[in-house]
Unconditional design. Structure first.
Length: 428
């Protein structure tokens, strides 16, 4: 099945039919627990001699299909469904970094992730050092012997400058440091593993679902990073783990495949913190995935047209979308984005903060919500909402100016999308 195309994988990977009932749709296994065959079977599951269902906080058959499907879509080895995209980002880092360690992150981040890294991670004892993605060498310059991971977004919200995945991944691998990529804004458009990333995270709340009904996240293990060879650089995977009978994860995973990273995340972090994805939400994400490839094409086609139109509008001083970029930024987009430049875009209004807020208040079709990736078109003014907890300096560093408006272009008819944006602009 790994040879199948995206449009096929999102419908078929990880599932054919229920062996008992023949059900083609994946059932919702709304259960907490699972009957063991006998005491030997239970012991085998708890010792990791075999993988299977113990408790839905750890694993669930409905969620398992979603995990398999997303892993296949990304070309990864295994995946782990969690409660939200923020959980995915947090656990992806905690799986490698302990108190006293650090990671190096791109400055171009979603506001919630920036706050997580700059403040909450610091409270956990994990330092996050920020590097400028316009200069890949800045990641190397920030490395010391306690650096455990690099972190970035493929299509960073809100700047939308495609991240130099291969360059930074190569720098990291030379030091035994994996690159974690948040691919939330670019499913089906980019496969970070193809460009050297070791771990991918998603907020499945966004395009994976597309319907705006469910919160969830996924961590995907590429199975392409040699954790054992990284040695002392990656102690969480190469030293005895007292929370699981002294298991050394790079060794314990060998009979199961190249899944040391995701195996540790499931059996320690998910077990201990309990931020599990609900089976019902996993079912909802599976419904969304079935149309993901088609939706992303429609999203991208509409976004290209809106971006081009916005560039000619009075009062709009700048439009941010990869389709309008040139030079190095366009070259990066063309190198990693397959078939589209994404549905996110931003634009600046010359009237600043008040103009941005007034534009939002005048919208009639586009929804004013703190989300991206719905089939519907969405809009928000980040400086007064998603990035409002950041200082003015940090807002600017992350790409948020007072007059910046972010759009998530949906799959409505393009004429209706542009008509609503046009009437809202005319009232600013």
């Amino acid at each position: 099945m790994s040879d199948m195309k995206t449009e096929t994988l999102v419908l078929h990977a990880g599932w054919r039919a229920d062996p008992t009932t023949g059900s083609v749709a994946v059932p919702i296994h709304q259960t907490t627990s699972y009957q063991f065959h006998d005491t030997d079977h239970a012991a085998s599951l708890f010792s990791l001699s075999e993988l299977g269902n113990i408790y839905t906080r750890l694993q669930n058959p409905t969620t398992d299909v979603l995990e398999q499907r997303i892993a296949a879509l990304e070309g990864g080895a295994a995946a782990l469904g969690v409660a939200s995209g923020q959980t995915a980002s947090t656990m992806a880092v905690q799986n490698l970094a302990r108190a006293g360690d650090n990671i190096v992150s791109s400055t171009d981040l979603y506001g919630g992730t920036w706050n997580l890294f700059a403040n909450t991670m610091k409270d956990m004892g994990i330092e996050v050092r920020f590097a400028d993605p316009s200069d890949s060498q800045s990641f190397a310059d920030a490395v010391d012997d306690k650096t455990r991971a690099f972190y970035a977004e493929t299509l960073p919200n809100p700047k939308l400058n495609v991240f130099p995945i291969q360059q930074v991944a190569d720098i990291g691998r030379a030091h035994g440091i994996p690159l974690i990529m948040d691919n939330t804004a670019a499913p089906t458009l980019c496969r970070p593993f193809d460009h050297g990333a070791a771990v991918v995270v998603y907020s499945t709340t966004k395009y994976i679902g597309g319907h705006g009904t469910s919160i969830g996240g996924v961590i995907v293990d590429g199975g392409n990073f040699d954790w054992e060879a990284a040695g002392d650089r990656q102690p969480t995977l190469n030293s005895p783990d007292p929370s699981y009978h002294g298991a050394v994860w790079s060794e314990a995973a060998k009979p199961l495949g190249p899944i040391a990273y995701i195996l540790k995340a499931r059996t320690t972090l998910l077990r201990d913190m309990g931020a599990a994805m609900s089976p019902f939400n996993a079912f909802m994400f599976l419904q969304g995935m079935e149309t993901l490839a088609l939706r992303m094409k429609a999203h991208c086609e509409n976004a290209n047209q809106v971006a081009a139109w916005l560039g000619d509008q009075k009062g709009v001083t700048k439009v941010f979308h990869p389709s309008l970029m040139d030079g190095e930024m366009r070259a990066r987009a063309d190198a990693v984005m397959n078939g589209g430049y994404g549905a996110l875009m931003g634009f600046e209004l010359e009237g600043g903060m008040e103009a941005g807020k007034k534009f939002i208040d005048n919208l009639e079709l586009l929804y004013h919500v703190a989300n991206i990736g719905d089939a519907r078109s969405l809009a928000i003014h980040p400086a007064s909402t998603t990035h409002s907890q950041l200082s003015a300096e940090d807002q600017m560093a992350s790409g948020v100016t007072p007059g910046y408006v972010r759009l998530s272009i949906g799959i409505e008819h393009i004429d209706d999308i542009i008509a609503d944006i046009s009437q809202a602009l005319s009232k600013v």
